[in-house]
Design a protein around this ligand. Structure first.
Ligand code: PRP
Length: 207
């Protein structure tokens, strides 16, 4: 699996704000929004473009636009905090939704909602979820996309654990990963270490 770590000073400073336990929810959401802009910018670099004629005030020239804007799929809840930033950079994109909650004991994902186009053949998809921990949630989500014919899945994460990367790599799914960090690993509660805690709770409060 192709993995890109966005090791940029501006990305790393936002990630540090998110890691800091003293950062409150509003500042956490702001840092996630800004970091998502940078992740989307890097993830979009290889997207296909098409050219078309435009006239500047001075002369005709070639314009550039995305040939096929990706479908954006935030994984609820935590991925919601990445949705606005992604849509701002990709205003022509459509958005689908997948709702998953990880069982506290088995760590396996439980699906509670799914709103996706029926046919994703030939369409790139950006999956938005701040955390890749065991990889169960993202594997489940990406399988839903592959079952609809998607062959070009780009997963955008703030943090990834090596265990989750390995699971996605072994899944055989057609995906690549863009993340701001590969952390040390998982603790016995399957939390990423050092990580940033629970990205859903830190944005929206505990349930
Ligand atoms: C978190 C996170 C990922 C998932 C990662 O969501 O946002 O979706 O866990 O864990 P995994 O890689 O081990 O599957 P959570 O289930 O806590 O739900 P939430 O987004 O509603 O808080």
């Amino acid at each position: 699996m192709d993995v890109l770590v966005v090791d940029h000073p501006l990305a790393q400073s936002r990630l540090t704000a998110m890691r800091d336990a003293r950062t409150d929810s509003a500042a956490f959401r702001a840092a996630l929004h800004e970091l998502t802009t940078m992740l989307v910018y890097e993830a979009a670099r290889p997207l296909a473009v098409e050219h078309y004629p435009v006239d500047t005030p001075v002369a005709p020239t070639q314009g550039t636009r995305l040939a096929d804007p990706p479908l954006l799929v935030p994984v609820l809840r935590a991925g919601l905090g990445m949705a606005d930033a992604a849509l701002a950079l990709l205003p022509e994109s459509s958005m689908g939704f997948v709702g998953l909650a990880r069982d506290e004991h088995t760590f396996e994902p439980r699906a509670y909602m799914e709103s996706l186009p029926v046919d994703l053949a030939g369409r790139p998809v950006f999956v938005l979820d701040p955390m890749l921990a065991t990889g169960g949630s993202l594997e489940h989500c990406c399988r839903l996309l592959a079952d609809r014919g998607c062959t070009d899945i780009i997963v955008l994460c703030v943090l990834a654990a090596p265990e989750g990367i390995e699971r996605l790599d072994q899944s055989g799914l057609p995906l690549r990963l863009v993340t701001a960090s590969i952390d040390e690993g998982l603790n016995d509660k399957a939390f990423i270490v050092p990580g940033l805690g629970d990205a859903g709770d830190r944005q929206f409060g505990g349930m």
